[in-house]
Write a protein that binds this ligand. Structure first.
Ligand code: ATP
Ligand code: MG
Length: 235
């Protein structure tokens, strides 16, 4: 079942360690409901990306016995239900995964049956039109391993275009999606993304604090701990 306006996510006493020595996430507690937009802020190394990876189910704590470390609609997610959970997630990682293939194939990652009109619309919305038009084979240009090199910002916009192509995925996990972009490009993307946020659960880690104006709820992290949480006016 997709994430809806009534869905709930409950994280209680979440701990995680990469090396079983120090905790990289300690005692995280928060509750989210519906199409809330959540910002995660905190210094480099405070655990933002780790928390997003735990929520996406790409990392799991060893003490969870095959369950993801949170409850959705009051229920734990076991390993059988995990792919179903991930089917609803659109994830823009800090360093997006670009595979060897054409730009169009990379954009259609979540939706391989998308037609060219839809892909071109996503290219335009993600601010990739000028770049793609400058290439001899346009969206059919091969990138990734053995293909053409692309910049960090272009890779992020390809990841963003994936998200824009498949807005059926109602959970957006965004990890610094604008880190490599200049202010002007970021501002244009903001105009495209903010309307989409309204009917999505958005969890958005960033150092760029102007995004917090768009967030309903903020988690402040420090050394793996959520040291403060609340609305922007509460903090
Ligand atoms: P940034 O703002 O730089 O992206 P972050 O808040 O996202 O930082 P994380 O990447 O979640 O921070 O890292 C949290 C802690 O976990 C850091 O101490 C980091 O060194 C450690 N860490 C992150 N990834 C790994 C990994 N794959 N293996 C071991 N330790 C890791
Ligand atoms: Mg990070």
């Amino acid at each position: 079942k997709n994430w809806t306006a009534d869905s709930t996510l409950k994280v209680s006493d979440l701990n995680f360690s990469y090396d079983q020595k120090e905790d990289n996430i300690s005692d995280a507690n928060f509750n989210l409901k519906g199409f809330v937009n959540v910002g995660i802020v905190g210094r480099s190394g405070s655990g933002k990306s780790t928390l997003l990876n735990l929520l996406g189910g790409w990392l799991s704590p060893t003490n969870e016995n095959g369950h993801l470390p949170f409850e959705v609609n009051g229920q734990k997610i076991d390993s059988l239900a995990q792919p179903e959970w991930q089917k609803h997630i659109s994830y823009i990682p800090q360093d997006p995964y670009i595979f060897a293939g054409t730009i169009a194939q990379n954009i259609a990652f979540y939706k391989p049956d998308a037609d060219m009109d839809a892909i071109n619309a996503a290219i335009e919305k993600a601010g990739l039109e000028r770049f793609v038009n400058s290439l001899p084979d346009k969206a059919a240009t091969k990138i990734g391993e053995g293909g053409r090199g692309i910049s960090g910002g272009q890779a992020q916009r390809i990841a963003l275009a994936r998200t824009l192509l498949d807005t059926q995925r109602t959970i957006l996990l965004l990890d610094e999606p604008t880190a490599h972009l200049d202010i002007e490009t970021e501002y244009q993307l903001k105009q495209t993304m903010v309307p989409i946020f309204k009917d999505h659960l958005v969890i958005f880690a960033t150092h760029r604090l102007h995004w917090m104006n768009e967030m309903d709820y903020i988690l402040v992290m420090e050394d793996g701990k959520i040291v403060e949480q609340g609305t922007q006016s509460e903090l």
